[in-house]
Ligand binder design. Structure first.
Ligand code: B4P
Length: 190
């Protein structure tokens, strides 16, 4: 079983590359962004609260996303592996994930970090905002807020995995296929 953390700033290509990894390896995809948007779409209380936070470009509370991920791991006992997309985004989430893994006698094999500069991220998200309908992709001030949130709260997660010797950086700029090939080369060595 392989469990991979796909890491990177908003717009780095996590969702894009996750889809390709699922097709190739049959991983169960756990995207906290998608899980939150699903709650918003059906109008649950959690979704209504999360929407207010996400529309400001800041992170939703750790306990909310940790609970969602825990439920999904438990619901997939037969999984060949998990791909964690957009989670963990804080060190507290990373520690909670390690706990969940050890309770289930599994582990994170490695982190793949997509590296993309801020100007490229802003450009990609503004383009996606024209078609996605996502409020957080339509406003440059909000996008910069999300990138800032990433620098202060999420970057320390990279150090967390570096200290476990599980950090692998991949250049996230270039052709989607080429980036995918580079990611697979790392996964195939896990
Ligand atoms: P997410 O849904 O995780 O959103 P994201 O980071 O914006 O998307 P992603 O990075 O997957 O997009 P992709 O690059 O694939 O989070 C949204 C919000 O939810 C957060 O701001 C936060 O409030 C909340 N949240 C989620 N998880 C949380 C957590 N764990 N804790 C707390 N809060 C949480 O795609 C971007 C665009 O780039 C696409 O249009 C794509 O086509 C394009 N693209 C991809 N690769 C490209 C390439 N190589 N070249 C050119 N364009 C490319």
């Amino acid at each position: 079983m392989q469990n991979i953390v796909l890491f990177g700033p908003p717009g780095a290509g996590k969702g894009t590359q996750s889809q390709k990894l699922i097709d190739k390896y049959g991983f169960v995809h756990l995207s906290t962004g998608d899980l939150l948007r699903a709650e918003i779409a059906v109008g649950t209380e959690l979704g209504l609260e999360a929407k207010k936070i996400m529309d400001k470009g800041v992170l939703v509370p750790d306990e909310v996303v940790i609970g969602m991920i825990n439920n999904k791991i438990k619901a997939n006992p037969e999984a060949k592996g998990f791909i964690f997309d957009g989670f963990p985004r804080t060190v507290a989430q990373a520690e909670a994930l390690d706990n969940m893994m050890s309770k289930n006698s599994i582990k994170i094999n490695g982190m793949i970090a997509l590296v993309v500069n801020d100007e490229e991220l802003t450009k990609r998200l503004l383009i996606r905002g024209k078609t996605s309908g996502r409020a957080d992709d339509q406003n440059e001030v909000l996008i910069r807020q999300r990138v800032q949130e990433y620098s202060t709260k999420t970057m320390p997660v990279a150090h967390f995995y570096t200290s476990q010797d599980k950090y692998n950086a991949i250049d996230g700029i270039g052709e989607i296929e080429e980036i995918f090939t580079n990611i697979c080369a790392v996964i195939d060595k896990f």
